[in-house]
Each structure stands twice: as C-alpha cells, then as structure tokens.
Design a protein around this ligand. Structure first.
Ligand code: HGY
Ligand code: MN
Ligand code: MN
Length: 420
C-alpha cells in the first residue's frame, strides 16, 4: 500500500502555516515573523486546541493524559495490537520558527488525512501525538511530557516544577485546560517514529534530501547560582568587589576553552544561554547571578569528564572572585542510540522514493529519545535552509523538503503497521 500513497504536501504546508500563526510575533530586528508558544502559556493552549480540533476532524479518538500529552488514535483492523505511534511537540522556544516539532505532529496528522482520503486501513492501530513541554526552557527540564509518559520522571516531580514566576506545571496545565484524566504511561507502542527538522547545516550542505537518525547525543543542563556582594558601581573600589557577573563571564570563557581543547572530543558543545544578573542595573555590581549551562556530547564518558572538570573550574573561579557557586541539575540524558531495524526501514523508504539520505546523529534532544526506552524507535530528519538555523524565526524548510520527509515517515509507518 505504501507504494501507492503519498501525502498532500500543500495541505501539510498550509497546516504548518496555520499553526505558525498562533503565538506569532514580528522579530523587531529583522521583521521576520517568529513563533512564541512557550510551554503551557495561553499561546500553547491555543495551539493545542487547534491541533486537537484537526485530530478530531480526522476522525481520531483523542485522549489527554495527566501531564497534558495529547494522543489521537486511528483504529486498526486488528485493533487489539499495540499501535504504531508518531509524534513530536508543538510547544516552542520564545524565538522559534514554525517547523521545530510541528513538522512531526502535523506530518503525522497529514498521514492520517492521506489514509482517510484513500479509505486505507492498517493492521495495527495508529496513534499520533504531541507531548508537553519538549523544549524545557520555561520549567527547566526538557522532554517533560515524554519523560513522564515513559516513566523517566514521576508525575509528582513534573507537577511541582516551577517557572521563574513560581508558577507550577500542574497549575499551568490546569489553567490552559490540558490537565488530562488519562493515567500516564498507558500507551505501549509497537514502534515510535518522529519526523523533525535537522536544526543544523549538515544535510543541506551535503545536498541530501533527508537524514536517517542514528540516535541523540548526551545532554546535560544545570542552573548555577553565583552569590557575591551587591555594591555601588561607582564608589566601590575594584579590590573590594565580589562580582557575580565577572565569575559568570569567566565560566563562559572557560566553557569555550573546554570545547576548543579537544579534551572532551571534537564534538563537545556548550552554551550559557540564560544569564540573569540580580538586580541587573547599570550602576549596581551584581551580588547574585543565575545562569544556565547546556553541555552536549556524543560520548557519555567524555560528558562525565566535562561535567567533573567544569565543577572543578567552578570551585577555582569561586575562590578567585570571592563568590560562592551552587549548581542545580535540571536535565540529564545519556547518548541514546535508535533501533537499527527502524533506521533501515527509513532508509529503504527513502530509497524507494529516490531520496538521497545518510545516517546522522541528532545534536538536539527529541521526544523520540524518551520513547526509545519503551519501544523500537527512530527518526527521519528534514534539511533546513540558511545553514539549518533553528530556535530562530529564520528557521525554514521548503515544501518539498517537508513533503519528502513525511512521505518517508508514511512508508515506514505503514510497513511497521503491517508487522504482526
Ligand atoms: O534543546 C534541545 O535539544 C531541543 O531543542 N529541545
Ligand atoms: Mn524539537
Ligand atoms: Mn527545539
């Protein structure tokens, strides 16, 4: 059946555009329309309601679990069998484009729409879904909904997570009307597939149509609280200062030196994305500063080494600048290898469609890394223009790039759905 079917690329692209209008804003510097649908905000709620409406219009049976994950189920001929699941996320970073996560959710929806148009049936049921707070930038830990659904994190721990204003996940889920009733962890898929933009330059630079994702690199997030002494920026002699901002700056430079050193492998990546001096005023030396540290490494052993060495650096710089530095672990996932048989299936589908492809390791975290603990899982990547820029309003993949990726997903999903 896979041979005959192909998705309606125009319908997919207009759904992406439609969803991209929710939480849209004009980037004041470039004038480009970006998307801000931070997890569990009103915009996220509006985006969720639109996609639930589309799920229902496609005849799916919609359920919402207690962490706000949304599932749409399409019956199979042997409906008792475990479903093939496809999905991703529709929450975004505050300066997003309209493809990150949404391509995986609306691509899965387009597959359902295509099957409906063709009055096609599958042996196994299909489930498509979107998962709560994949980005993690509001409540501090990534892949939240998938991590709870696959039991890496307890519901209680997730509910208690707070944003910068002290609002909890539980309160915010209730506020947007997505504090579901379904117990978490009920769905045990036969397999999980996710289509996602690469969010980097590799596929485009190589002129490839898609990527067969081998897995996801290790991710380590921590939040540092640096405490020095707040004082007047004009009257306080430099030798009297215990400047939290200076310590943060030294740590940021040290991170760059670590990645350049090669001691942690050529692929180690680090970022201090969130830096919040308190009180953050021009004439006050910051006595306190909260900053994030995001480390990535394909090797768990080298990640461990980097974390240990960074902790030693914190001690050294704390002494040098007369500040204290405490660290709070906010996210930590190992390198996750995807299932080889599902990767091979994706490659076969790309070949069938005459699409060029190569294996690729994901630099970004994805919901698939969580589902790979409960069922055989892999992903298909779609190239991005402008060096694959992402987490930025300039994020862009062409209609053909998106349609090609989702047609590969279609073929792989149908093959898995016919498995006994
Ligand atoms: O941070 C990540 O890797 C993903 O975009 N959430
Ligand atoms: Mn994503
Ligand atoms: Mn993202």
């Amino acid at each position: 059946m896979a041979k005959a079917l192909s998705i309606d690329g125009k319908r997919l692209y207009s759904s992406l555009a439609e969803l991209g209008k929710i939480g849209a804003y004009k980037d004041e510097r470039t004038g480009i329309a970006g998307v801000n649908r931070l997890a569990l905000t009103a915009a996220d709620g509006a985006g969720r309601r639109l996609v639930v409406k589309w799920f229902r219009q496609a005849g799916l049976h919609v359920t919402i679990d207690k962490i706000g994950n949304v599932y749409g189920r399409r019956r199979g001929l042997e409906d008792h069998l475990a479903p093939v699941m496809m999905g991703s996320h529709i929450d975004s970073v505050p300066t997003a484009g309209r493809f990150d996560g949404c391509l995986g959710v609306l691509g899965a929806l387009e597959i359902i729409r295509t099957l409906n148009d063709a009055k096609a049936t599958t042996r196994r049921p299909l489930v498509i879904g979107f998962f709560t707070d994949e980005e993690g930038c509001r409540f501090g830990t990534d892949m939240l909904g998938s991590a709870v659904a696959t039991r890496r994190m307890t519901l209680a721990a997730a509910y208690a997570l707070k944003d910068r204003d002290g609002l909890t996940v539980e309160e915010e889920l209730r506020k947007i009307g997505f504090l579901g009733q379904e117990p978490v962890g009920k769905i045990k898929p036969h397999a999980y597939l996710e289509c996602h933009i690469e969010q980097g330059p590799i596929l485009r630079h190589k002129g490839l149509d898609c990527g067969v994702v081998m897995g996801v690199q290790a991710i380590s997030w921590q939040e540092l609280t640096i405490t020095g002494k707040s004082c007047h920026a004009g009257t306080t002699p430099m030798s009297f200062r215990r400047d939290a901002g200076l310590a943060a700056a030294r740590l940021n430079v040290a991170l760059r030196e670590m990645t350049a050193s090669g001691r942690y492998g050529r692929e180690m990546r680090a970022a201090m994305g969130a830096i919040r001096p308190i009180p953050g005023m021009v004439n006050v030396v910051p006595g306190r500063l909260i900053c994030s540290v995001d480390l990535r490494n394909p090797s768990d052993a080298l990640m461990k080494k980097a974390e240990n060495d960074f902790a030693k650096l914190c001690k050294k710089i704390a002494k040098l600048d007369g500040v204290t530095i405490t660290s709070r672990r906010t996210a930590k996932t190992p390198h996750v290898p995807f299932d080889k048989s599902v990767q091979d299936l994706i490659a076969v589908q790309a070949d069938r469609l005459g699409l060029s492809h190569e294996p690729i390791l994901s630099g970004a975290g994805h919901d698939a890394q969580e589902w790979s603990r409960v069922c055989k899982t892999a992903m298909v990547f779609v190239p991005g223009e402008y060096d694959g820029i992402s987490h930025n309003p300039r994020e862009f993949s062409t209609p053909k790039q998106c349609a090609d990726g989702v047609n590969v997903l279609l073929g792989a999903a149908l093959a898995l759905a016919e498995e006994r």
